[in-house]
Ligand binder design. Structure first.
Ligand code: FES
Ligand code: FES
Length: 158
């Protein structure tokens, strides 16, 4: 398999990487960069556990080839907190117990962050639409929706 050199800015840090043509962003993040906060659930675009932001938009990193992302900016769950300070959305997930096993949580946080950045005051329906590609098997969705509403009251995504 041919290797390609790409530049990616990941959580504000420029990375030069040699990647084979068939390597997905999910595997670059987890296996090459050690950013294991991004979860591998289905590897088929069904669960949203692998959601990250590419140039601010939520994408399923299991469906994107790394070679397509040369020069782009990627944010993972590790890039949300700054200087040890959680974002209002992360705080709200903890405060409202919007986490049980936690496997879906990074993807939920990234989808929620993207929503709050483009719409700081979403309705419950807006949130349901934004999370349509993110599955949670154990918390139930109401606490997650409540946490996003709470974050919107506490300053949004940051
Ligand atoms: S691991 Fe990507 S959508 Fe499930
Ligand atoms: S908290 Fe377990 S899948 Fe959502």
């Amino acid at each position: 398999m041919e290797n390609h050199t790409i530049s990616l800015t990941v959580n504000g840090q420029l990375e030069q990487l040699q990647v084979p043509s068939n390597l997905t962003l999910l595997h670059v993040l987890r296996d090459m960069l050690g950013l294991t906060g991004t979860k591998n659930g289905c590897e088929a675009g069904e669960c949203g556990a692998c959601t990250v932001l590419v140039d601010g938009e939520p994408v399923n990193s299991c469906l994107v080839l790394a070679v397509e992302l040369d020069g782009r900016e990627v944010t993972t769950v590790e890039g949300l907190a700054k200087d040890g300070k959680l974002t209002p959305l992360q705080e709200a997930f903890a405060k409202l117990n919007a986490v049980q096993c936690g496997y879906c949580t990074p993807g939920m946080l990234m989808a929620g962050t993207a929503l709050l950045r483009r719409n700081p005051n979403p309705t419950e329906e807006d949130i349901q639409k934004a999370l349509v590609g993110n599955l949670c098997r154990c918390t139930g969705y109401q606490r997650i929706i409540d946490a996003i509403m709470e974050a919107s009251r506490q300053g949004g995504a940051r």
